[in-house]
Design a protein around this ligand. Structure first.
Ligand code: ADP
Ligand code: ASP
Ligand code: MG
Length: 494
């Protein structure tokens, strides 16, 4: 059995969904289970609609909902014809009616709780999965739409819920396994799930990848395929650096490190269920059916380059905490860590001395109250608009001189480093720079450390040029889309 997940751009319109049908059809013998994201940009629009409704502009939110309705119905009509559309029109219409009633409800209570946000965002994947299931059926595949909320059971941490593995396995065995056994193809929405009691949850921004891995683990799949809009995991984000090229084979550890430190191509939690059951994960390009993409397995052969890849994580704050005079030095660090613990603060990088500590956090997850708490025991400064650059590679373990060559390259690029960290695992070197220096620094580092051109595959230049031509290029496209906790601040959005 193979789990096939298609991201937002891979299902953005009728042509893209047509390609999905071809790809799934080519895997028919391998018993596919299909997981889809919302159509490109829909989740962002649902976030916006929720905000409009709660801030009193229900009219604007209903207008946006109407645009969504037209887009989904037009796409469905193009794929299914009038007759095919008639078969699912009732269900689509019912979903839009629920969304409308929900927006009016939000406007009445003027509050968007994490729980309501999950319900609001669930409409995107509910609609896309219905349409994709029907489109695949019209093209001769024996698909069955399945409600992911019946299959994936999570805790109640709304906006970034975590799966309950045993309960999910039980449900997947009931709702999915028998279909696969009969060679039918279940199609379900990623990102959305439910608590034991059936309340809708989501597994975090970009979480359809995670859903695919959760389902893969629950069904003991042979492989998990993440179909996206680039040729696999690349040596760096091709939008930042046109010379980026595909990594053919990478280890779970390296890929997890890359995902965690900003390679948006994979949701950071995706690999956990796969690692636990040693299920290989492939990242593939849905725009290229012959794509070889990237294979992620427990171990991967050493590459010719020093590093496997470079990532950049933007939207980061750098917090410096220096013990105030008179504070007992020996208790200082404990007090700082206790404060971090009180706010369940998820810290990325840390640098420590006896009387000071610097750490970085995702800016939108940094509670103002944490800073106020720290100010009671220390002098605190906090700078936003920083970024973490991370160079990852298992081959750097135990090799002298690598850090020096990285920092020399950064110095040659005239970029100022604010903080440095090399983890105990020795598979990454990370440092903090200003967000505005990211494109320049990444291009410079890529040119310095990725000198081996893959003869079989040219660089991603052509692909990047196409992205830029489509208006997707550069870093200027990132934007703030949400104040909902757990969603990425800078994202392309589906
Ligand atoms: P999907 O909608 O299919 O889930 P995403 O937008 O979440 O797709 O992820 C794909 C994007 O990830 C690419 O378009 C690319 O800009 C970005 N990306 C960031 N780092 C990398 C990397 N190292 N390799 C490939 N893509 C990357
Ligand atoms: N649609 C969701 C999002 O945009 C989940 C996903 O696409 O992976 O975050
Ligand atoms: Mg994604």
């Amino acid at each position: 059995m193979v789990i096939m997940k298609f991201g937002g751009t891979s299902v953005q319109d009728a042509a893209a969904i047509g390609r999905v049908a071809e790809i799934v059809s080519s895997r028919r013998e391998q018993h596919p289970v299909v997981v889809v994201s919302a159509f490109a940009k829909v989740t962002d629009q649902l976030v916006l609609m929720g905000q409009q409704a709660t801030s009193g502009d229900v009219k604007a939110s209903l207008q946006l909902l109407e645009l969504l309705r037209v887009r989904h119905l037009d796409t469905a009509r193009e794929l299914l014809g009038a007759e095919g559309l008639a078969r699912i029109a009732g269900k689509l219409q019912a979903t839009f009616e629920q969304a409308e009633a929900f927006l009016k409800g939000l406007a009445a209570i003027r509050e968007l709780s994490p729980r309501s946000s999950d319900r609001m965002l669930s409409f995107g994947e509910l609609l896309s999965s219905e349409i994709v299931a029907a489109a695949l059926a019209v093209r001769g595949l024996d698909t069955v739409w399945v409600d992911s909320r019946k299959c994936i059971v999570t805790d109640a941490k709304h906006t970034r819920a975590l799966p309950l593995a045993d309960a999910t396995r039980e449900r997947a065995q009931v709702h999915l396994a028998p279909l696969v056994k009969k060679s039918r193809i279940p199609v379900l929405g990623g990102f959305i799930a439910a608590t034991q009691e059936g309340t809708t949850t989501t597994v975090g921004g970009g979480g359809s990848d995670f859903s695919a891995a959760i389902v893969g683990a629950a069904l003991d799949a042979e492989s998990i395929e993440i179909w996206t809009d680039v040729e696999g995991m690349m040596t760096t984000d091709p939008r930042l650096c046109p010379d980026a090229r595909t990594i053919r084979h990478i280890s779970f550890n390296e890929a997890a490190e890359l995902a965690y430190f900003g390679a948006k191509v994979l949701h950071p939690a995706t690999l956990l269920p796969a690692i636990q059951q040693d299920i290989p994960v492939y990242v593939l390009n849905s725009g290229n059916v012959k794509s070889k993409g990237t294979r992620i397995t427990a171990q991967a052969p050493h590459g010719r380059d020093t590093f496997r890849a470079i990532t950049a994580k933007t939207g980061v704050s750098l917090v410096n905490v220096v013990a105030s005079r008179g504070v007992m030095v020996h208790g200082f660090l404990r007090s700082v860590f206790e404060a971090l613990d009180r706010y369940a603060a998820s810290v990325d990088l840390v640098a420590i001395s006896e009387v000071s500590m610097s750490f970085t956090m995702d800016s939108k997850r940094l509670p103002a109250a944490l800073l106020a708490d720290l100010e009671r025991i220390a002098d605190v400064t906090c700078e936003g608009q920083q970024a973490i650059i991370c160079l990852v590679g298992e081959d750097i373990h135990g090799k002298p001189g690598i850090a020096a060559s990285v920092f020399e390259a950064v110095a040659n690029a005239q970029v100022n480093i604010r903080m440095i960290s090399q983890g105990a695992s020795e598979i990454n070197i990370s440092f903090v720079i200003q967000e505005s220096d990211v494109p320049h620094a990444v291009r410079h580092l890529h040119a310095r450390f990725f000198t081996h051109v893959d003869a079989a595959k040219p660089t991603a230049k052509k692909h990047a040029a196409q992205l830029i031509a489509n208006g997707h290029g550069g870093t200027g496209r990132t934007r703030r889309v949400s104040s909902v906790p757990g969603r990425n601040k800078t994202r392309k959005g589906n």
